[in-house]
Design a protein around this ligand. Structure first.
Ligand code: HEM
Ligand SMILES: *[C@@H]1O[C@H](CO)[C@@H](O)[C@H](O)[C@H]1NC(C)=O
Ligand SMILES: *[C@@H]1O[C@H](CO)[C@@H](O)[C@H](O)[C@H]1NC(C)=O
Ligand SMILES: *[C@@H]1O[C@H](CO)[C@@H](O)[C@H](O)[C@H]1NC(C)=O
Ligand SMILES: *[C@@H]1O[C@H](CO)[C@@H](O)[C@H](O)[C@H]1NC(C)=O
Length: 313
């Protein structure tokens, strides 16, 4: 349940709306390898924010190292199943991009988050380019992170709200372990992290030759609620970017407000997701409605694919 929610949020974030090229380690939780490295030597970076990433790179030759591959299969299979049912009922009508957007909406609602109305009518892309990308890391500053969001027409408030998605899901130690023991070479934990938390995480991350994960929201890692913000005020943010939201002047007010008002957070999250889901989408007769989310339609099919218009479901 929570794993699908995490995957859905990441898929929506990274491959539909392409606001941030979300940082995920090789063999990661959505099973896609680091876009610039990859197992098969072929990787696709979405250029059109249009579900291109669902395209199989080759035969999904995945490393069997961690839980990643199985979760991937689940995530992708769910999309495949939905697509199959839709193709049976109304062929070539609903794009893979819309399926992800709607599945994410439902996953958020099922985990206790808001339900919201998302416009549909997205089209799937015809292009998947192999490109090196600059992945914003978990140590970017709030203002650096904001540059990325602003470039997509989103506000600081949108960004702080969307980062509230870190109320579910996990982070690998490799993304934060410097904070728990040897912060910036000081030999001490990050002073902005609660001491006891740092000590606990330090033990978890000490496990040799593995890269364990911990919940990004140490209080309620499975529930879609405003605990993430409450935890930040208690210096219990996991990654640097998370904790900095509670100290940076541009974001601390929003964090405090969401920590007090759970309903306001959910409302804002719904609005921000709709905004995110409307960023740089393909509509009209651009692209195609893919018949199988994992492969481009044939050229012929691409031309005959029905046109869809943006409409609210
Ligand atoms: C500056 C912006 C952001 C940065 C730097 C960032 C960074 C990260 C990192 C490093 C992880 C840990 C990945 C891992 O260890 O596998 C993570 C997890 C996650 N992020 Fe973000 N993130 C950002 C914004 C967002 C946004 C806007 C969303 C969704 C709307 C989001 C959703 C998630 C989810 C659901 C997880 C958990 C994944 C899992 O459980 O496997 N993130 N993020
Ligand atoms: C992705 O791979 C490139 C090239 O190997 C590497 O430089 C980069 O640090 C990797 N990014 C992540 C988030 O692992
Ligand atoms: C995937 O699931 C199967 C069956 O539950 C299990 O045998 C296998 O070890 C799992 N693989 C990974 C990489 O977790
Ligand atoms: C969210 O709302 C839509 C539209 O009212 C509805 O079809 C959908 O089932 C709802 N999702 C959940 C998980 O309740
Ligand atoms: C540290 O771990 C202990 C034992 O699991 C737990 O009771 C405590 O709440 C944790 N403290 C923090 C700050 O995470």
């Amino acid at each position: 349940m929570q794993t699908w929610l995490s995957q859905a949020l990441l898929l929506q974030l990274r491959y539909i709306s392409c606001v941030v090229n979300h940082v995920v380690p090789p063999g990661n939780s959505i099973g896609l390898s680091n876009v610039s490295e990859g197992t098969s030597g072929k990787n696709f970076q979405d250029v059109g924010c249009d579900a291109s990433i669902l395209i199989d790179s080759t035969k999904q030759k995945q490393s069997e190292k961690d839980a990643g591959p199985n979760q991937t299969v689940r995530g992708y299979e769910l999309i495949d199943e939905i697509k199959k049912a839709l193709e049976a009922a109304c062929p070539s009508m609903v794009s893979c991009a819309d399926i992800i957007t709607l599945a994410t909406r439902d996953a958020v609602a099922l985990a206790g988050g808001p339900n919201y109305t998302v416009p549909t009518g997205r089209r799937d892309g015809l292009v998947s380019n192999i490109e090196d990308v600059n992945l914003p890391g978990p140590t970017v500053t709030v203002s650096e992170a904001f540059q990325v969001f602003r470039a997509k027409g989103l506000t600081v408030a949108d960004m702080v709200t969307l980062l509230g998605a870190h109320t579910v899901g996990v982070a690998h130690c490799s993304f934060f372990e410097d904070r728990v023991s040897n912060f910036q070479g000081t030999g001490s934990p990050d002073p902005t992290m609660d001491r006891n938390l740092a000590a606990n995480l330090s033990k978890i991350c000490a496990s040799p030759n593995t890269d364990p994960t911990v919940f990004l929201d140490q209080s309620t890692g499975f529930a879609f609620d405003n605990e993430y913000y409450k935890q930040l005020l208690l210096k219990r943010g996991i990654m640097q970017i998370d904790q900095e939201l509670a100290t940076d002047r541009s974001s601390v007010g929003i964090v405090s407000s969401f920590a007090r008002k759970g309903i306001a957070f959910k409302q804002s999250f719904a609005n921000a997701m709709v905004k995110l889901g409307s960023t740089q989408v393909l509509v009209g007769n651009v692209g195609e409605v893919r018949i199988n989310c994992r492969v481009f339609n044939t050229q012929k099919r691409a031309f005959s694919a029905k046109k869809t218009r943006p409409r609210a479901l």
